[in-house]
Design a protein around this ligand. Structure first.
Ligand code: TGC
Ligand code: FAD
Length: 392
């Protein structure tokens, strides 16, 4: 890939609304991505491998548990700093942001919010430092958009639980040290269990042949009569609302992350449009190309403002699930449209790995599907404004 010359667009001077801490976190993450992600990421995406060497750096910049209190090893930052971090990391690659979303919001968050003190002390510092990587098992082969139907289950055997079932499409599964797994008890109530690598009957086969999110490892979590110690059950919340509560936090991070991917595509296309000459002038001088660029910066600016306000609400504990859904859906769709237009602006060069656009575009096809599909989020907004669920 070419040198990373990224310059972030800030059309409405949003920087003026950020605190010094927000800007410090954002700029440090941006510098780290330029130094440690951009030079290697295309190669890892091409060979479909997760770059394990960046785990230490992610931990050092605070990307594992940005908003988890420092006493548990987290960075103790606010929700806008968390969002800006996800924006910068996804500017590098959605797969790297995925690893952070899973570790922070889908593994550390449930242990912090639903776990007891012993579980927090045992797991959170090791997850924050990157010594352990986690995964989150909700989706099953026959239950994706409808996780409430899950069949993975556990039985109370007196001194332990016996876990059976399988989870599919699980980010980080192939190398996770711990997995937060959602399963039904004998009464059909959903609970979270912490499953550790090495427990007998627990395997994590890798999913191959992905055209998207190739620098993130995806796999299954398979449980064949796994004996889970009773102290590994998350005691403080049960029911479908427990995993969905984690998704609120991860979807919020994705809403910011998608802006990063969109910014990278816009910035690349803008620079290219000034350099590439056809019919004796830069292609940026043609109205059809300007239309694309003008629409891109308009949509990025709208998404930035939507997300910044959402961050304020989240800091105040007032962001609703439906507001988060709207931002996730809008911003990922916006980023995908921009990636497709930017790809066209680069002509044939747009399909190569010399530029990041095609990789972002393919990654975003997963982002628009996971953490609730585009259509499921539309239905969440529909339910919120009408009061009538249309899922079933
Ligand atoms: P529904 O009847 O609406 O709700 C069941 C119970 O849950 C409560 N609830 C929530 N609680 C907390 N936070 C939320 N966001 C909540 N949303 C709902 C609700 O109040 C109810 O509680 P109670 O006490 O009344 O029982 O549930 P439903 O079965 O009708 O489903 C609703 C629907 C479709 C919106 C939900 O199932 C959904 O969001 N489906 C999408 C599934 C999804 O997003 N899966 C993501 C898997 S993880 C992933 O993709 C990780 S990718 C990671 C990466 O690499 O970045
Ligand atoms: P389905 O639910 O089968 O949906 C198929 C289509 O039907 C979609 O277009 C959907 O919008 C539509 N549809 C479904 N229900 C309705 C309805 N009621 N009304 C209208 N249309 C509907 N899951 C995890 O638990 N942990 C992870 O770490 C994780 N990582 C992932 C990583 C990747 C790369 C991918 C691709 C997925 C990951 N997932 C993970 C799973 C992801 O959350 C699911 O793929 C997603 O929730 C959709 O489920 P599904 O693929 O089974 O699609």
């Amino acid at each position: 890939m070419r040198p990373d010359l990224f310059e972030a667009p800030d059309y409405y001077l949003l920087d003026e609304l950020l605190t010094e801490e927000h800007k410090l976190v954002r700029d440090a993450t941006r510098d780290w991505v330029k130094r440690d992600v951009s030079p290697i990421i295309e190669d890892y995406a091409q060979k479909a491998a997760f770059p394990t060497q960046i785990v230490k750096g992610l931990a050092e910049i605070g990307a594992f548990g940005p908003y988890i209190p420092t006493e548990y090893g987290g960075a103790g930052l606010d929700q806008i700093s968390y969002g800006l971090m996800m924006q910068e990391i996804e500017r590098g690659d959605s797969g790297v942001r995925s690893t952070c979303s899973v570790q922070s919001s889908l593994v550390m968050y449930p242990i912090y919010a639903y776990g007891n003190e012993e579980q927090r002390q045992k797991y959170l510092p090791k997850l924050a430092s990157g010594e352990w990587l986690g995964s989150f098992g909700l989706t099953e082969p026959n239950f994706g958009s409808n996780p409430g139907g899950m069949v993975t289950n556990f039985k109370d055997m007196g001194d332990h639980y016996l876990l059976n079932g399988a989870k599919m499409w699980i980010s980080n599964a192939p190398f996770c040290d711990v997995a937060v797994v959602w399963a039904k008890n004998e009464e059909g109530r959903i609970h979270g269990l912490i499953v550790e690598r090495g427990m007998e009957g627990f395997t994590t086969p890798e999913t191959h042949n992905k055209w998207s999110l190739r620098a993130s490892a995806t796999g299954e979590l398979v449980f064949d009569n796994v004996k889970v110690p009773k102290e590994n059950l998350l005691p403080n919340k049960s029911g479908l609302g427990a995993p969905l509560g984690c998704l609120d936090s991860a979807r919020y991070g994705i809403a910011w992350g998608a802006i990063g991917a969109a910014m990278d595509c816009y910035d690349t296309a803008l620079r290219y449009s000034k350099e590439r000459v056809q019919f004796d002038k830069p292609i940026g001088g043609f109205q059809l190309q300007q239309k694309k660029l003008a629409e891109m910066i308009t949509e990025i600016t709208k998404a930035q403002l939507l997300t910044f306000r959402l961050g304020q609400l989240k800091n105040e504990g007032r962001a609703t699930t439906a507001q988060i859904s709207m931002a996730k859906r809008n911003n990922v769709d916006m980023a995908l449209t921009i990636a497709r237009d930017a790809r066209q602006m680069l002509g044939g060069m747009g399909i190569t790995g010399d530029y990041p656009i095609m990789r972002h575009m393919m990654n975003l096809e997963s982002v628009v599907t996971y953490e609730g599909t585009h259509d499921i989020h539309l239905l969440i907004t529909g339910m919120d404004v009408t009061g009538i669920p249309a899922f079933k």
